[in-house]
Ligand binder design. Structure first.
Ligand code: UD1
Length: 363
């Protein structure tokens, strides 16, 4: 079985790492293994601290091919990735294309693969926010509509797929490969350099914002940051700033003395910061899974989530009204928060399940 594994943007890298490791392990343990694979980086994210540092820290091999798609409008990026991937399958046509998550690279490569009669496997298939203003929701729906094997993270995802009419035998509830990465790196997390000087001995939260709905409008971003800065009292907010956010933030021209604004952090340093925080304020989806696993309070600044299990079982709350934010932040800092419960199959063994299933498909 020839497999292409696609990764393009930061949240993809934690999801593919365990699958690649497991394929390698399987090949070592099975001399007659059917698996041959290539890693394709689309180049959607390309800064060192958005891409390369994750490869190094997560032990992911150098990509076999980098499509170098880079930044651009949604259509431009999608087109660049599709053209690049179509060329890549001319030289070596896989049987299965594994895409992960919901970024533009996921959808673009799934379309190319399906049209070339390559089976599409979607890791993290089936999740839905219901919010069609998010590019990710469109990516999820398009990808799932042409997926052959769904590897799902939650019962809710399974149900969404059934409701959409997908056959039960295509749905494999395997858990969460991002949690595989987290669990296997817990003992290796690293204190960031600035901690001893700026953070140790103080209470802090972690803040991340990058959704267009929160950061693209300077007035909205500025009002949001004002509210957070006021509500955290004498806490510090470590704020690793996404390049998209940085562009708009610089145009606002304000300073926030309780924010420790840093470049996007490496995986091991970022997860260390989260693990020791009083809480996290974010608009990321993946981070709500990681905080749930680590039992760290999490406020999500969005109207909806595609990961409802992080609310029902995890430590996440959705805050839709800015007027409610201050109250939640106070509760977070004072430690009055719900405790997370285990989520089925979020146990560090998801990649093993995926590879076993792929081996079974081959047989
Ligand atoms: C993408 C994903 C989003 C994910 C996020 C994590 C889509 C539709 N969105 O959003 O789901 O949560 O990644 O970061 O795929 N840029 C750089 N350097 C980089 C990468 C990006 O400077 O290495 C800048 C560019 O100006 C670019 C902008 O950030 O235009 C946005 O990047 P893009 O990949 O389009 O989307 P993200 O906002 O990162």
């Amino acid at each position: 079985m020839r497999i292409d594994i696609i990764a393009g943007a930061r949240p993809n890298f934690m999801k593919i790492g365990p699958i690649i490791n497991q394929l390698k392990t399987y090949n070592e343990q099975h001399p007659d293994s059917p698996f041959q694979f290539r890693l394709i980086h689309t180049g959607q994210h390309y800064d060192r601290n958005m891409s390369e540092s994750f490869f190094e820290q997560l032990g992911i091999p150098e990509p076999d091919i980098n499509l170098g798609a880079g930044s651009g409008s949604q259509a431009n990026q999608t087109a660049q990735i599709m053209i690049g991937y179509e060329n890549a399958i001319k030289a070596w046509k896989p049987d299965v294309c594994i895409v992960v998550g919901d970024v533009t690279s996921t959808m673009a490569c799934a379309i190319v693969a399906k049209k070339a009669e390559i089976k599409v496997a979607h890791v993290e298939g089936g999740i839905r926010s219901g919010d069609m203003t998010m590019p990710e929701e469109i990516n999820r729906m398009v990808t799932d509509s042409i997926t052959d094997y769904f590897f799902t993270t939650s019962e809710e995802a399974n149900q969404n797929l059934r409701t959409a009419g997908h056959a039960e035998e295509k749905i494999f509830y395997v858990g969460n490969t991002m949690i595989d990465s987290l669990l296997s790196h817990l003992s290796k997390l690293r204190k960031p350099d600035f901690f001893d000087q700026k953070i140790v001995g103080k209470k802090y939260i972690v803040l991340t914002l990058h959704r267009p709905s929160n950061v693209d409008d300077p007035e909205k971003l500025s009002a949001l940051l004002d509210t957070i800065h006021h509500a955290i009292d004498d806490c510090i907010a470590i704020f690793p700033m996404h390049p998209r956010t940085r562009k708009v933030f610089d145009s606002i021209g304000k300073t926030y003395d309780k924010f420790e604004i840093v470049e996007p952090m490496s995986y091991l340093e970022f997860m260390y910061s989260v693990q020791h925080a009083s809480g996290v304020i974010t608009d990321s989806g993946g981070l709500t899974e990681e905080t749930s696993m680590l039992n760290i309070p999490c406020i999500t600044l969005r109207d909806s989530t595609e990961r409802p299990e992080t609310i029902h079982l995890g430590t996440n709350v959705l805050v839709k009204e800015p007027s409610q934010l201050e109250g939640y932040i106070k509760r977070m800092i004072s430690g009055e928060w719900k405790k997370g419960q285990p989520i089925k199959y979020w146990d560090g063994k998801t990649a093993e399940r995926i590879v076993e299933i792929l081996a079974g498909i081959q047989n």
